[in-house]
Ligand binder design. Structure first.
Ligand SMILES: N[C@@H](CCC(=O)N[C@@H](CS)C(=O)NCC(=O)O)C(=O)O
Length: 221
């Protein structure tokens, strides 16, 4: 397994967590998102992922794009240490899997893309936003997304030590990198006690610790 990876990419961070939780050894090819104008735009990388986004996963020549697709792919191909509730053919069983996917999607579709590098470049370079406006933009989408997630997590009897029950799922793989980004952008997290509690719990687990940006070989301060 080879991960096209960048230490600060929160989408890559999701996949690092999943690989570590499942104990899958992997090789890295680092794709620096700002060096040389962004290595994600290099023709060789765009052959792998025409979207020019990190990560990409190469498993025996199968190239997978989109981090959430990678998480589900890994969960199907390497079912040890499941990252979705076990499939049970009952309404509750289906609903449990849908709940975990919904929590993950709330991060991956509705928070992260709005603050992605290319979007921040567009609002500053194309639309002329200054630093204060950029920070306000970032905080707006993380805060509104986290407010909804906090409500969903805090009120559900299915929330446990982790987003769903007492073992990590793809929802945690997505939440933890988003909390990391929120802190990097100095977003106030004091109103999201359930999110920060789950994040703290995850970050006691070796698989999550090993996936942290500061523990990557390509880390830059
Ligand atoms: N939905 C994609 C998002 C991938 C993505 O946005 N990656 C970011 C890094 S976290 C990226 O490559 N950004 C480069 C750019 O914006 O130019 C996924 O989950 O894999």
């Amino acid at each position: 397994v080879r991960l096209y990876n960048y230490f600060r990419s929160s989408a890559a961070y999701r996949v690092r967590i999943a690989l570590n939780l499942k104990g899958i050894a992997y090789d890295n090819t680092f794709v620096h998102l700002t060096r040389n104008g962004g290595e994600q735009f290099a023709p060789e990388y765009k052959t792998l992922n025409p979207q020019g986004l990190v990560p990409a996963l190469d498993d025996d020549g199968e190239i997978i794009t989109q981090s959430l697709a990678m998480l589900e792919y890994l969960d199907e191909k390497y079912p040890n240490v499941p990252l979705l509730p076990i499939s049970v053919p009952t309404p509750q069983g289906y609903a449990a899997r849908a709940r975990v996917r919904a929590l993950a999607l709330a991060v991956c579709c509705d928070i992260h893309p709005l603050n992605n590098l290319r979007v921040l470049k567009a609002i500053t370079k194309d639309l002329g936003a200054d630093d204060a406006q950029k920070s306000a933009w970032i905080a707006k989408w993380i805060s509104s997304g986290f407010a909804a997630l906090e409500t969903q997590l805090a009120r559900s009897p299915h929330t446990g030590a982790y987003c769903h029950g007492d073992s990590p799922t793809i929802a945690d793989c997505c939440l933890v990198p988003q909390v990391f980004s929120a802190r990097r952008f100095n977003v106030d997290l004091s109103e999201y006690p359930t999110i920060t509690r789950i994040d703290a719990q995850c970050n006691t687990v070796p698989a999550f610790i090993a996936a942290q940006p500061k523990n990557q070989p390509d880390f830059e301060a």
